[in-house]
Design a protein around this ligand. Sequence first.
Ligand code: NAI
Length: 330
Amino acid sequence: MVKAVVLGAAGGIGQPLSLLLKNSPLVDELALYDVVNAPGVAADLSHISTKAKVTGFLPADDGLEKTLTGADIVVIPAGIPRKPGMTRDDLFKINAGIVHDLVEGVAKFCPKAFVLVISNPVNSTVPIAAEVLKRHNVFDPKKLFGVTSLDVVRASTFVATVAGKADPSQITVPVVGGHSGETIVPLLSQATPAFSPKNDEERDALIKRIQFGGDEVVQAKQGTGSATLSMAYAGFKFAEALLKAAAGEKGIVEPTFVYLPGVEGGAEVQKAVGGLDFFAVPVELGPEGAAKATNPIGSISEHEKKLLEACISGLKGNIQKGVEFKKEAS
Ligand code: NAI
């Protein structure tokens, strides 16, 4: 029996993500939590004729405890999204505290669950989550993931457009690093099938679009939010991969932002990325979560090495900010 939880389930990402989880044959129980409207979203989804039993809770009456107890997988898209002109880092002040409190709940009520952090800035909220779990002595690095799948989904789509391929899902581009601007490093040199941009201009435009694709959505939505539907798709894709791996399916590899020292193969990646503790790389998933981090960095192009340098310097500060975050009055 698999119990999945969405924290922030009434939001722009939370609702379609909950719909996809409700539609999944891998989920038996779906518990939704938000500071508003979670019971309404749950009532709505509960009429869908798939097997997952749906419940919804607000903070009152131990709602977080009821939501999390017995959970196997917890997906966190709670928090505020960007408005035009904002960077993901601008969200830190509010979202840091939200993620902190929700992960405290995970530590108390379902310490063995997989935790998937979507709330931005992922580069800092995942280190916050790790610190909270450490403080409660329940940190298992194999079970904590920053969800960077949207960058990978965008890379497939944008490369397919440039390469004139009809089906983007047949193109895989590893995207490593973090999840904001220059910390997002698409490794075009390792696309499958192989892809070579026509010239440096095409390469640079493509990389910029993958790194800043989120801004296109923020601008198009004119102040009403950031990517929600594509994010729900990407977040579900990652959750589904993890659930399949947990059920014993072999050979599943997904890029995700993990704590390198705690994952097999992570030490080798760390050497290639200036000793950073957190970094997104393709990770082989298994029954325990992150089974093995693969190191794609040995074989990258000279241009990608430069992108990696910019990523490392940006990411270092983001991670530090998360590690040092202390919630006021906690
Ligand atoms: P939204 O504002 O539509 O939804 C957020 C939901 O979180 C709201 O329903 C709100 O009530 C809820 N919430 C706020 N505080 C809460 C708390 N303490 N406990 C439980 N729920 C709480 O925002 P949206 O568009 O769904 O985005 C959510 C987050 O995901 C943002 O931080 C956004 O930046 C991030 N995001 C991450 C992406 C990624 O690739 N990792 C991509 C797109 C967005």
